[in-house]
Design a binder for this molecule. Structure first.
Ligand code: NAD
Length: 245
């Protein structure tokens, strides 16, 4: 039976490749993101339904999910990554904005989606290797991604009696517009040319390369499939060995 799958942040990077993986299997896919133009391009490319949505707007999330009706799978992927050390002038803004999008946004989507999700459906949240580890200057991002794992585990237990499974993926360094901007910022802060910064970062990854967004999509696709029907409340790294816990 054709499933209905909603991917937040589906206009770009991991979300776009996740939507593509579901489309390839003939599912009804709906993508949302807050950027109009990129979203329209992605929807046209994939031939899917799309909605502009800011996940921090709880009312907008509830209205959209109600209008769409029951989802067989939700991929709560939308997120941002901004570096800010405690003494940076923008650190308070980054803290609030990051928690609002990366944590509150996921909470809004989970809460709204579960109301109508049928038995056997699945939710995947997109955390990060920094959901279990730490890196100086990534306080807001790391805190938000740790919190997503806590939320994922609690909701998994809450929805288990309805046979709705909830799991998280924890990507390492994935080649997307987000990580490209982050690498540029990392290079600036380290006083390195961007190419040198990227080369050093890649050399430190055990498999010697970045993760392809489609490789994260494969894991998400598996966790939403019946092959993963015994798996709930778990989180899985997909990081080319960058993270081992
Ligand atoms: P990306 O920038 O390519 O895509 C992010 C998507 O989220 C875009 O579609 C954007 O419009 C959407 N988005 C951002 N704020 C939003 C909001 N308020 N409401 C709705 N949509 C919003 O980035 P990506 O790398 O594909 O990131 C996807 C997810 O993967 C994020 O949660 C990110 O934290 C996580 N992640 C990425 C990496 C990486 O290295 N790229 C590593 C670990 C985790």
């Amino acid at each position: 039976m054709r499933r209905t799958v909603l991917v937040t942040g589906g206009s770009s990077g991991i979300g776009l490749e996740t939507a593509r993986a579901f489309v390839a299997c003939g599912e009804r896919v709906i993508i949302c993101s807050r950027d109009n133009e990129k979203l329209a391009r992605a929807a046209l490319e994939l031939g899917v339904e799309s909605h502009v949505l800011d996940v921090t707007d709880q009312k907008a999330v509830e209205d959209l999910f109600e209008a769409i009706g029951p989802l067989d799978a939700l991929v709560a992927n939308a997120g941002i990554c901004q570096q800010a050390r405690l003494d940076d002038t923008q650190s308070d803004d980054v803290w609030r904005r990051t928690l609002d999008i990366n944590l509150n946004g996921v909470y809004h989507c989970l809460k709204a989606a579960q109301r109508t999700m049928p038995e056997g459906s699945a939710i995947v949240t997109v955390s990060s290797g920094l959901g279990k580890n730490a890196r100086a200057g990534y306080e807001a991002y790391t805190a938000s991604k740790h919190a997503v794992l806590g939320l994922t585990k609690c909701v998994a237990l809450e929805l288990a009696p309805r046979n709705i499974r909830v799991n998280a993926v924890c990507p390492g360094w994935v080649d997307t517009p987000m990580s490209q901007a982050d690498a540029a910022e990392g290079a600036r802060r380290a006083g390195l040319a961007e190419d040198d910064f990227r080369r050093q970062a890649v050399e430190a990854i055990p498999l010697g390369r970045m993760v392809d967004p489609a490789e994260v999509a494969s894991l998400i696709f598996f966790l939403c499939s019946s092959a993963a029907r015994a798996i709930t409340g778990q989180s899985y790294n997909v990081s080319c060995g960058e993270f081992t816990n």
